[in-house]
Write a protein that binds this ligand. Structure first.
Ligand code: CP
Length: 326
């Protein structure tokens, strides 16, 4: 039987060597990462926090799917920790000439890359790379098919914890295309590990997830009952690029009217309920402008916290891998 991502990402003594999934990370693991990230947060008007902990190391960004937030924040995180950063331009790389992903990795590894940040549309790619790299090299999953987006799950958890530190009291509602969302997978893993009060997942019948993947959550097909009394509401876009059968893609106007977050349906949420969205947003579809831009919106905070979380993770995995370096 092949090892699971949650096994591959740890050393024999349990240290986190890669970050492939939030599965198997316990409350103490998540809290340690969040606490470290807090050290890298400064108020927006102050200078960014820097540290030399990755001086002399090289981080390579390999994004085989589009990205704005994750790629930019990993680059800034690595630079703020003193690393050299390589952003492989996939569209002009030798993968276009048929080079395998592992040959690409071995090529960059020969140039002494220490951490690979990988996003890919295929399930299992980050774990496959992690199993192939030499000792001392780490892999961080920056988005894997519909399966995992662990750094997003951690930044979402950090954002919620900073806004509402008593996680055990929170009712969390995620609205949108849950079936194809790696954001939902990792966020629900993080929130359920931290034992929030409830997790509600709302989506149209054609975009409902396999309930076995979400044992800690309750599924809804209508927004009103799911949003009732919710403290945190996260909107997700329809992941068109991952929907094989075009007939499963809802009509945009009908979807916006039934599942879009707007000031009207938000009235059913708890007083002071907070809004989240991992981005990219489709304004007027899954979220209305006045909700996205409201004082209750944490969307900009999510982006800001993403850099700090990625700094904490780069530091954590490279500290583990330091045992193999001379
Ligand atoms: N949330 C997220 O993963 O955004 P990007 O696709 O822009 O990285």
């Amino acid at each position: 039987m092949s090892a699971s991502a949650s096994q591959i990402q740890r050393t024999d003594d349990g240290a986190l060597r890669h970050l492939l999934t939030l599965e198997g990370l316990d409350k103490a693991d998540l809290t340690a990462i969040l606490d470290l990230a807090e050290r890298y947060l400064a108020p927006p008007e102050q200078q960014v926090v820097r540290s030399p902990v990755l001086n002399g190391l090289t981080v390579a960004n390999l994004f085989f799917e589009p990205s704005t937030r994750t790629r930019a924040s990993f680059e800034l995180a690595a630079r703020r920790l003193g690393a050299d950063v390589l952003n492989l331009d996939v569209s002009t790389s030798s993968r276009i000439k048929g080079e395998s992903i592992l040959d690409t990795i071995y090529t960059l590894q020969a140039m002494q890359v220490d951490s690979f940040v990988v996003r890919d549309a295929a399930e299992g790619v980050p774990a496959m790379i992690a199993a192939a790299v030499r000792d001392g090299v780490s892999v961080l999953n920056a988005g894997e098919a519909t399966v995992a987006h662990p750094t997003q799950g951690l930044l979402d958890l950090l954002t919620v914890r900073r806004a509402r530190p008593d996680l055990s009291a929170l009712n969390i509602c995620i609205v949108g295309d849950i079936a194809h969302s790696r954001v939902a997978r990792s966020a629900v893993q993080a929130f359920s590990t931290m034992e929030v009060a409830s997790i509600r997942l709302v989506s149209p019948p054609s975009l409902q997830p396999d309930p076995a993947l979400y044992p800690a959550a309750t599924a809804y097909t209508e927004v009103t009952p799911a949003i009732a009394g919710a403290d945190i509401i996260m909107a997700l876009r329809i992941q068109r690029e991952r929907i094989a059968d075009q007939d499963d893609i809802p009509d945009v106007a009908a979807y916006a009217s039934r599942y879009g977050l707007n000031s009207q349906n938000m009235k059913g949420a708890a007083d002071g309920a907070l809004i989240m969205h991992p981005g990219p947003m489709n304004r007027g579809v899954e979220i209305a402008d006045d909700v996205a831009d409201s004082p209750q919106s944490l969307i900009t905070e999510q982006v800001r916290n993403g850099v700090a979380i990625r700094m904490a993770l780069l530091q954590t995995v490279n500290a583990t891998n330091a045992r193999w370096r001379a």
